[in-house]
Design a protein around this ligand. Structure first.
Ligand code: GLU
Length: 302
């Protein structure tokens, strides 16, 4: 489908320091892109200003650098790309594929929480914009880790938000516009986004954009079942001994242990890992790690 060079990306939200789970996604994506001789981009997903933590983006970028995960090109910041999102929304509105929605959260909750038609009793000054999920809309794709995935977007998700009532761009629109604008061919990310992918494919089709290859990596969870980035007990990843952490992340990706010669330096590790990486070996299940060791993820991956 693509004539372009392979290109992967890492797209962190600047909501705090990187946790081991995010670094796992970054490493998997970097290895997949580099193994294919591709580029790897970093995009700071700072559309949701209400969740942004000052200094977090710079801190995340320093962590990537400490682990040798070099990116290509300029870092993109979603907060500077509103014009692109507006143009995509205008295109969808112009073709009758998106619409203005005055429904409140409570009105939608009263009809089961899934938007199929507007139930607003009065207009609001700050309507949201939604994409119409057509009737019988089944989206299927082959995920590089999870195999065939199906979703009836109309029944399971409904008409979804492109621009929120507070005026902020929705993740789904921004990610689709940016992946296409940046020429991303391979999206490798955490499996919490597996259920978002059919929405993104529907939106790509509505906008006439290509669909990248997708692969969703296992999440790292604390012992209460929370993602490390959402766990109150989790520590940020420790950058002081990157080889130890890289070796453990490599094990979390289900990969065969590398020879001792690969662990003499970060550059040597990444060089050998790039040659050996096998997406087929990546496990589907989430991985639970013990609380005290989140920053170096000692168990059970080691
Ligand atoms: N910004 C999202 C996150 O930090 C990732 C989005 C994506 O990879 O598509 O969870």
């Amino acid at each position: 489908m693509f004539n372009s060079t392979p290109c992967g990306r890492f797209a962190p939200s600047p909501t705090g320091p990187l946790h081991a789970g995010s670094l796992l996604a970054a490493l998997g994506s970097w290895l997949q892109a580099r193994q294919r001789g591709g580029q790897w981009r970093v995009r700071v997903e700072d559309v949701d200003l209400t969740r942004e933590v000052a200094g977090a983006a710079q801190d995340q970028l320093r962590t990537l650098a400490a682990f040798g995960l070099q990116h290509d090109g300029e870092i993109a910041y979603q907060s500077r790309r509103s014009g692109l999102y507006q143009a995509a929304l205008d295109q969808l509105l112009g073709r009758g594929l998106a619409f203005e929605c005055h429904c409140s959260r409570s009105e939608l909750a009263a009809v089961g929480g899934i938007h199929r038609h507007c139930v607003a009793t009065q207009p609001r000054p700050d309507p949201a914009m939604r994409l119409r999920a057509p009737a019988d809309c089944e989206i299927a794709f082959i995920d590089g880790v999870h195999g065939v995935i199906h979703q009836r977007v109309d029944l399971e998700v409904g008409d979804f938000v492109l621009r929120r009532s507070d005026g902020l761009w929705a993740y789904q629109l921004a990610v689709v516009v940016d992946d296409a604008a940046q020429g991303i061919t391979d999206v490798v990310r955490g499996s919490d986004l597996l259920e978002s992918t059919p929405r993104q494919i529907l939106l790509q089709r509505a906008l006439g954009l290509p669909t990248p290859n997708y692969a969703h990596l296992p999440l790292l969870l604390d012992t209460d079942g929370h993602k490390l980035s959402k766990s109150s007990a989790a520590l940020p990843v420790d950058t002081r001994n990157p080889l130890v952490t890289l070796t453990r992340l490599w094990a979390c990706l289900g990969q065969v242990a590398l020879p001792p010669s690969a662990t003499t330096s970060v550059a040597e590790f990444l060089h050998t890992a790039t040659a050996c990486f096998d997406l087929n070996a990546v496990p589907r299940q989430s991985i639970t790690v013990s609380a005290a060791m989140h920053n170096t993820i000692s168990t059970p991956c080691a």
